[in-house]
Every structure is written in C-alpha cells, then in structure tokens.
Design a protein around this ligand. Structure first.
Ligand code: FE
Length: 199
C-alpha cells in the first residue's frame, strides 16, 4: 500500500488571514505531496515497500545510504502531524493535565512560549520546533531539515514548520511574526493534549 497525502483537516482558506489559501495550496498540494511521491518512488520494490511511515523512518534513521528515504519519509510524517497541530480559531492555552505538566516542567506557560519561540527563531535555515516528551519530561527542541523526535527516542506532542515554504508567501522574511501568529492564533491545544494523554 503506497503512502498517501492526507486530506487537510480544514478548508484551504480556513486559516486566513494568518496562513493564506495560496500557502496551503503550495505547502500541502506541492511540497507535502512531493515528499509523498518521492517516498513512494524510493521504496517501491524494496523491503520498505508496504511498511508504515513510522516503521520506514525508524528503519532508515542514521543510515547515510538511505538519507533520501529518511528525508522524504520524515517530511511526510512531519507535515501530516503539522496540519493537525493548527486549526482555525486556535491559540490560547492548554488546560488540565497538559497545563499542569507544562507548569511543572517549564515553570510556567509563559516560559514554555519563550522557549518555543526561541527554538523556532534560532533554527538556522530549514527545520522544525517541537514540544516533545523525553523520558517523561516535556522539552522544547528544534531539528534541522527533515529530522524529527521519533529518530531521537522522543514522543512529539506539537510541531511548528519553520521552513521558508511554511510562511514566506504570507510573512516573507518575518519568521518571528509567523511564530507569534502560530502560537496566538493557530495552535490546536486539543490535539496536543490528546497526544500527551496517549503518551
Ligand atoms: Fe513544510
């Protein structure tokens, strides 16, 4: 069974004015679709054919000869996850057990926000900012290019794409404005809480 491009969980214009229809058309319809197509071409007829996306990623992580498979598989996973991390009318703050855990591990929600913004802003070039569970502790991390928590034994709870293709049409070089908007208007804390509850 070939890997498929997931349908977006909202309409292409649903995140406007924060993320435009044009950005989603390119980001989902061209970039994400491109990773899916590349991955399918790379694994067709190999022992990775038919494996789940997670099993594909863990099978090739750290194998330099399979970097192409890793990069495309990881980008497929990262984007499928990213679309669920945002929603129309998102933002605000988490509640319940996740809020308690953020307070316990970061000191306060504001300290978490500070760390997450810094991770996104200081990721040089392309990559991702994350909220992860690492051996039972919440951490903010950043990864370069396609790299992801699964390759480091961590459980991803939230991600933010900071590749230029995620924001350039709407924010040009103003990555910090995209990051602030992501946190204040777009984050789907229900999804993050569900990931935390399932961890
Ligand atoms: Fe992207």
């Amino acid at each position: 069974m070939a890997h498929t491009l997931p349908v977006l969980p909202y309409a292409l214009d649903a995140l406007e004015p924060h993320i435009s229809r044009q950005t989603l058309e390119f980001h989902h319809g061209k970039h994400h679709a491109g990773y899916v197509n590349n991955l399918n071409k790379l694994v067709e007829g190999t022992d990775l054919d038919g494996k789940s996306i997670e099993d594909t990623i863990t099978a090739v992580a750290g194998n330099a000869e399979k970097a192409g498979v890793f990069n495309n598989a990881a980008q497929v996973w990262n984007h499928s996850f990213y679309w669920q991390c945002i929603k129309p009318g998102g933002g605000g703050q988490p509640t319940g057990a996740l809020a308690d855990k953020i307070n316990a591990d970061f000191g306060s929600f504001e300290k978490f926000i500070e760390a997450f913004k810094a991770a996104g802003a200081t990721q040089f070039g392309s990559g991702w900012a994350w909220l992860v569970l690492d051996n039972g502790t919440l951490k903010v991390t950043k990864t370069a290019n396609a790299d992801l928590p699964l390759a480091h034994g961590q459980k991803a709870l939230l991600t933010m794409d900071v590749w230029e293709h995620a924001y350039y049409l709407d924010y040009q070089n103003r990555r910090p404005d995209y990051i602030t908007t992501y946190l204040e208007k777009l984050v789907n804390w229900d999804f993050v809480a569900a990931n935390f509850a399932a961890a």
